[in-house]
Design a protein around this ligand. Sequence first.
Ligand code: DGL
Length: 268
Amino acid sequence: MNQQPIGIFDSGVGGLSVWQTTVRLLPHESVIYLADTRNCPYGPQPVEAIIGHCQRNVEFLLSKNCKLIVVACNTATAAAIEVLRQTYEIPFVGMEPAVKPAAMFSKTGKIGVLATQGTLNGQLFKNTSEKYARHLEVFVQIGHGLVELVENGKTDSEEAIVMLRKYVEPMLRQQVDQIVLGCTHYPFLIGAIKKITGDSVSIVNPAEAVSRQTKRLLDQKNLLSTTNNQPYYQFYANGDARVMHKMVGQIITENSINANFEVFSTHI
Ligand code: DGL
């Protein structure tokens, strides 16, 4: 048993999609969230640069005494999780595009994957596709500009619909019946995506599976908080924190969360 907080980081607000499923599943855990908004987006950056950002993020969360860190960013996981695991002693949980469940549930044998350039070019995605989707047709699409839309709070805008149409309609024409969201920012666009797909397609978001893995790992390592722990939630951004503040407020209200939360600007 251990009352230290869990750390979660992303290039920006996208990882809040994983924060949400994690606090639902682990209501006694305190969580410190870091949005590296100063360096967002990670997607088009070279692997070495992303590794550097991740190491800085981890050092920050370790300075806050975190016991486990969730890399709530597919791009960062693809670029850096191996290095992080080799460098630091605490456990890490990473993201992986949910190709496996999409492949399992597809009836048309055709699935779409929407992700960043960094994720789609990464070895992790290649291995996962090879392992679980060799017998399927996989249509990949880089979501150019989508991370920036979410960072600017424009998830329900006309601009979002126009951009998403360009990415999603070609997949629909290919008759995909599953679209995997391979970036933690994209679950905030599910409403807009559904306006385009209707109910004909399942949208696959790996956030819950990642939270279940976090729980399993904490349990295995005897790091779960006790059930009488009064959890606290802290959110840090090293750029403009206004959109994060708004989104956190909305998520906390929607989930009727009573615990204390604070939003900070930081200079890392
Ligand atoms: N949320 C990140 C991911 O899951 C966004 C990457 C970016 O900053 O481009 O990939």
